[in-house]
Design a protein around this ligand. Structure first.
Ligand code: NDP
Length: 258
């Protein structure tokens, strides 16, 4: 298997894209540390992987808390000695017209979507550099590459993580480590379900109308599946992807064209 002997930490691994990434990496041979705040969800994901014959552990972590991220590194090393792959999928979304955007919402989204990947990258990168091999994949968003109405804080946080990706990629390029971002459009996950709930609550539209409005903005008229995002992540983690570094790979069916 291409990732035999590698260990991956997947933040946000308890559901959605992170859970799909954990499964896809495990099926390619990697051992998986599933990390998020809710113990029950990450334990379920890890137990499913173990039941399917893979090596996996659940470790609770709040990526916005530096001590919690340090503890994640220590627990990961206790379970699997070293960490070769970091996938930053922990994230949060919200939407508010800019004039009503509060400092609290701004701080909350920047903390999890930008500071979280910063803390995790700074914590896990030294071990990768020391071993001369590493892969970091940040789950950003098309919102990291373009603006849109009502999501200023989310958009700023995703632009931040893409900037972080590009600069750190330049620094580690000669050291066997690559750092890339993937930028999905709307994905069929609990995060999108919750966005639909917010649209229904704020506009009084039916759920079907809210979903139709979202699908209208997508070129293929459908939500991207989490496994499609996981497919790109896995490809970036393999040896033959060593030349792909500092990229922001869009997975949106062709809405955002280069
Ligand atoms: P979900 O809301 O379904 O899952 C988010 C995960 O992140 C959960 O496991 C959650 O677990 C975890 N998480 C949230 N906050 C923290 C925290 N502070 N520390 C650790 N873990 C945390 O989201 P998706 O799977 O849909 O999204 C994953 C990533 O992809 C996000 O960064 C999102 O912005 C991005 N994305 C999503 C898109 C979509 O349409 N769904 C589109 C483009 C990008 P817990 O609450 O237990 O900690």
């Amino acid at each position: 298997m291409p990732l035999d002997g590698r260990t991956a930490v997947v933040t946000g691994g308890g559901r959605g894209i992170g859970a799909a990434v954990a499964g896809a990496l495990a099926r390619r041979g990697a051992s998986i540390i599933v990390a998020a705040r809710s113990a029950d969800r990450i334990e379920r994901v890890a137990n499913d992987l173990i039941a399917a014959g893979h090596r996996a552990w659940a470790v609770t972590c709040d990526v916005t808390d530096a001590d919690s991220v340090t503890a994640l590194l220590e627990r990961a090393r206790a379970h699997a000695q070293h960490v070769d792959i970091l996938v930053n999928s922990a994230g949060a979304a919200d939407s508010t017209p800019f004039e009503r955007l509060t400092r609290d919402e701004w701080d909350r989204l920047l903390a999890v979507n930008a500071t979280g990947p910063f803390l995790c990258m700074q914590t896990f990168l030294p071990g990768m550099v020391e071993r001369g091999w590493g892969r970091i994949v940040n789950i950003a968003s098309v919102a990291g590459l373009t603006g849109a109405r009502y999501i200023a804080a989310y958009t700023a946080s995703k632009h931040a993580v893409i900037g972080l990706t590009r600069s750190v990629a330049a620094e580690v390029a000669p050291r066997g480590v690559t750092v890339n971002a993937v930028c999905p459009g709307y994905v069929d996950t609990p995060m999108t379900d919750e966005s639909l709930d917010r649209i229904v609550a704020k506009t009084g539209r039916s759920r079907e109308d809210a979903l139709a409005a979202i699908l209208d903005t997508t070129p293929q008229g459908r939500l991207i599946q989490p496994e499609e995002v996981a497919h790109a992540v896995v490809a970036l983690c393999e040896d033959d992807a060593r030349g792909i570094n500092g990229q922001a790979i869009v997975i949106d069916g062709g809405g955002l064209l280069a």
